[in-house]
Design a protein around this ligand. Sequence first.
Ligand SMILES: Cc1ncc(COP(=O)(O)O)c(C=O)c1O
Length: 369
Amino acid sequence: MSNPFEHLIPSYVQQFESYIPSKPDDELKRIFGIDHLYRLNNNENFMGPSKKVKEFMQNVNSGLIPVYPNGDSFNLRYTLAEKFGKSPEQFLVGNGSNEVITCVLKAFCEQGDNIITTDQTYAVYEWVAEFSGIEARLTPLDENMAFEPQRILDAIDQHTKIIFICNPNNPTGTFWTKEVMASFLEKVNNRCIVVIDEAYFEYVEASNYANGMYLMEQFPNLVVFRTFSKMYALASLRIGYLVASMDVISLIRKTYVVYSVNSLAQMTAQIAISDDEELIRNTRQMVRDGKKILSDTCSRLNLYHTHGEGNFMMIKVPVPDTLLYKRLIRKGYVIRTMTGFRFPEWIRVSILPVGIMQGFCESLEEVLS
Ligand SMILES: Cc1ncc(COP(=O)(O)O)c(C=O)c1O
């Protein structure tokens, strides 16, 4: 039966398919009849947050709960400003960096406008644009699965408001160097806003990576997104932020709904960012070791795979990705199928500690043989 309220929503919302998130772990265990489950599907940091964060969490004052949080993460913004040598006014903290995607879109775009990104990247930029009635122009990646600057430049017209660059790219792990990014930004020449989503920034080991936080001094149309969900292991608290020049942030702030970030998230993020050296060092080591095991296994099994930055790898598999998902989950491993990212017959695997990666590699080999 058709929905009696459907005529009330705009046509671009009617056309949009809702995203169904994965079921809770306990439910998956019940469905697949398994007693353990490793999540290799969301690029979380399995090591968990830093010692100081854990100590803080154990002693949380319940007096916080009935009181509204600070509306715009005042203290956290001061800590971020000090860490990155910027003004606290340049930061906007959201309920996950997903929330700030919407703020930027709402601030700059109206119907008839377009945004540009690629067809094989984090899909939320495209989704938010489309269900807001904004055209999402998707340019193809290059032959190395990286964003291709010229194709993006060619797609710009007078209605282009925002370009989204995911650097490093989820899911391919490719990234733009300082030179590529600076040359691209020169050519954009302030015609539109350029967002660099640096969700995996803290995982990047390449020395020539384009750190958007520095480039912002030279290119005031730049907006950088970062998150506490990945390296900092605070995914369940939902907290991320954007940084921009004073001119740009004053515009984005107009569409920012205050009070969306809870007190616990604000306080925890402040502790996490003030004390991150050991966590970053240990996590990077874990990722290096885990990638080596996975990469060696893929090479031995003749499976084409990526060698990018970030705490994940993509693997091309000789069977449908959804079938592999079902086979692997029965062995206790949830992976990300890539058909939805327009990579049919690829999977994306988050990197966990060596012991778990070894178990995963054995299971992968078994289910493929
Ligand atoms: C590239 C990228 N950007 C943003 C996000 C969303 O992060 P958050 O948890 O801060 O909303 C993710 C999460 O997977 C991501 O991969």
